[in-house]
Design a protein around this ligand. Structure first.
Ligand code: PMP
Length: 295
């Protein structure tokens, strides 16, 4: 999809503009130095899902990346609602982004002002198949000690982008990113979980984006008295599991059936339970929802 040809309305610096007028200059600071923070919010049945959580993370990301930003969750929800209405979005995605102006071509940002945009478009899920395969990237994810990893910032996506470039797309759909110690962290744009003997495992949060879907999955597990262990694990620990799955706003719950050349377990009872509870949450929030998680 060519997003520069997106039709409809984009919110940009305080105005609802025709999409083609929401432009920035090539000497924009965030374009050169990757100094933006953003979010991805799902829309189901014309309503955003967990938007308060996403906007809270957006505001916190701005704070972590030292971007001055004065909108609150209520302001942001109002803009999102207007955009969904103006663009007649039924099931889609909202992308708010906070970035810097054109007042510096160096890491010094004292003279930069903050810009803000929000766009929305119709979209389904990230992966269009029931099971995906994962390679393992050679590029490590930094931890919070080296970089504010809790921020959903453009800078933190560099390793994801080059990892996907290097992926053999004929053989694999995505890849696992490891932390600096070689432990499993997440995929290029999702959190990762696996199930073994009725226990759910997921990496600790030191080198991952602390996903909102991840939090929902942990809550579902706790509610159903399924044990969740957050720890440091190697790829080999996943290979003998009963199910491996990714989570994310755009991916929802995405099952994995192969890691490198090893087939991994799938459709475990625990995973089926998690998927059905996740669907129930969507159904409860979005009455008459027709198309939900394809898992
Ligand atoms: N990790 C990364 C690197 C991501 O880009 C995403 C998607 N935002 C996630 C995890 C999942 O986060 P969430 O569930 O909040 O969408």
């Amino acid at each position: 999809m060519d997003f520069s040809k997106l039709k409809g309305t984009i919110y940009f610096n305080g105005k609802f503009l025709p999409s083609k007028k929401a432009n920035i200059h090539v000497l924009n600071h965030s374009l050169h130095f990757a100094t933006s923070v953003f979010e991805g919010i799902a829309v189901y049945n014309e309503k955003p899902f967990l938007s308060d959580d996403h906007f809270k993370r957006l505001i916190n990301s701005a704070k972590l990346m030292k971007l001055r930003f004065n909108k609150n969750i209520t302001d942001l929800n109002k803009i999102a609602k207007t955009l969904i209405k103006k663009n007649k979005i039924k099931n889609g995605y909202i992308r708010p982004i906070i970035f810097r102006s054109e007042n510096s071509m160096s890491p010094d940002t004292d003279e930069c002002t903050t810009k803000f945009a929000m766009a929305t478009w119709e979209w389904g899920t990230l992966f269009k198949k029931k099971y995906i395969s994962l390679d393992v990237s050679r590029w490590p994810k930094l931890s919070f000690k080296e970089f504010p990893i809790a921020a959903k910032s453009s800078g933190s996506y560099q390793v994801s982008v080059i990892s996907r470039q290097e992926l053999n797309k004929k053989k694999f759909d995505d890849c696992i990113m490891l932390d600096l110690k070689g432990n499993v962290a997440e995929s290029t744009a999702c959190n990762i979980f696996w199930i073994k003997k009725k226990i759910i495992y997921t990496p600790k949060s030191h080198s991952i984006l602390d996903g909102i879907t991840r939090k929902t999955i942990i809550e579902i597990a706790k509610k159903n008295k399924i044990k969740v262990i957050e720890g440091d694990y190697k790829v080999k620990d996943l290979l003998s599991s009963d199910s491996v799955f990714l989570t994310g706003t755009a991916a929802e719950i995405q099952q994995v059936n192969r890691i490198k050349n090893t087939n991994v377990g799938k459709d475990s009872i625990i995973l089926k339970k998690i998927i059905s509870e996740f669907k129930d949450i969507l159904k409860k929030n979005f009455k008459n929802l027709k198309q939900i998680s394809k898992s």
